[in-house]
Unconditional design. Structure first.
Lengths: 196, 169
């Protein structure tokens, strides 16, 4: 039961993007299309889950004074691994995500969860926390990416939905990201108020 | 003192483990990454000239062949743009006339300099040869707001034409 709470937290109540408003830089920059959003979500999830796992596993051996440098070594190791793996297996996706893959290192969701959760909790709870946060992040990115791709390019996952001339290019550009995330946050608040 | 040494030792151990893991993954993925970039290089060459195969020639060029006959040349060049090197490919026919220009990668300003990718701009180079000026704002219409980027592409085409002169004396 406890594990389920860890999992749920990241989805709605403490959704990193739509609630805590952290990790906004990749969330806004890469969510120009649904496929980019999924790719970024998957890469970040890999790093987040494994860094939570490792940080929780070694937390007893890590001296307090140097915990942050050690977190960063762990996180950057996983980021570099996913960077190599994506270059090898999904070169197209890797190219379209560009510099935002190496920048996962400084995604504050990951360091934040290592410091606030994994460093103080057992391995299994930390893994579930990582999965919950990852799903929350990926779902937020996917909803932003889908809305922007539909309105801005007239397609979803690359499949054309309507005449592209009717699409509003602004939605693909940076302002579209801010407009979309604003509306999604409002929607989430509304839904949660209803539920309560 | 002893405490600090301990901290340093712990940090060193973590760095060593990390380096080891990265070396392992790097060796595992390196052949595939190299194959991918070779494949995309070849595909890009196929986009600037139609040919069956490409063989490396002198001056860094590639000979485009149909059967055994050489139908043209592809020159990969990296002229300086506004934000860094512009990686591009220029294909020439046997007479030294530009067939097509393709930008592989660039670090130009998004929305301004990146418009050098516009086919309308790149098509202007087709048919140019070593005797042409190939200068932005003279015989080439520059991309609006991106003269330096446009000049970069012009310079790349001129480089390719110069190299062609050295290949065929």
């Amino acid at each position: 039961m406890k594990l389920l709470t860890e999992l749920n937290r990241g989805l709605v109540g403490e959704n990193p993007v739509l609630r805590l408003m952290i990790g906004l830089c990749p969330a806004l920059a890469v969510s120009t299309s649904a496929i980019n959003a999924i790719g970024m979500g998957a890469a970040t999830s890999f790093v987040l889950i494994f860094s939570n796992l490792v940080v929780a596993a070694i937390r007893k051996f890590v001296p307090d004074q140097i915990r942050i440098p050690i977190f960063i070594i762990i996180i950057s190791t996983f980021v570099t691994i996913i960077d190599y793996v994506m270059q090898a297996y999904t070169p197209e996706l890797h190219k379209s995500l560009g510099v935002f893959i190496p920048l996962i290192v400084v995604n504050c969701i990951i360091l934040g969860r290592a410091e606030a959760f994994a460093y103080k909790n057992p391995v299994l709870n930390s893994v579930f926390d990582g999965i919950g946060m990852s799903l929350g992040f990926t779902m937020a990115l996917l909803s932003i990416g889908s809305v922007r791709e539909i309105l801005g390019a007239g397609s979803l996952f690359g499949y054309p939905l309507f005449n592209q001339l009717a699409a509003a290019t602004v939605m693909i550009l940076p302002p579209g990201a801010f407009i979309t995330i604003g509306f999604l946050m409002a929607l989430l608040n509304k839904v949660e108020n209803r539920v309560q | 003192m002893l405490k600090n040494l301990k901290l340093a030792a712990v940090l060193t151990i973590f760095c060593l483990i990390s380096a080891g893991a990265l070396a392992y993954v790097y060796n595992l993925t390196r052949p595939m990454i190299a194959a991918n970039s070779a494949l995309s290089f070849k595909r890009s060459m196929g986009e600037v000239i139609s040919a069956d195969s490409f063989t490396p020639g002198s001056q860094g060029c590639y000979l485009a062949r149909k059967g055994k006959e050489t139908v043209g040349y592809v020159f990969p060049v990296n002229p300086a743009g506004y934000g860094g090197a512009i990686e591009m490919m220029v294909s020439l026919d046997k007479g030294g006339k530009v067939i097509a220009v393709k930008i592989i990668s660039n670090k130009e300003t998004p929305g301004l300099g990146t418009n050098i990718l516009n086919p309308k701009f790149l098509k202007q180079f087709s048919g140019k040869s070593v005797g042409d000026k190939i200068k932005a704002k003279e015989d080439i219409d520059a991309v609006t707001g991106a003269t330096i980027s446009s000049n970069g592409v012009c310079k790349g085409v001129r480089q390719a034409l110069e190299l062609f002169g050295k290949v065929k004396p």
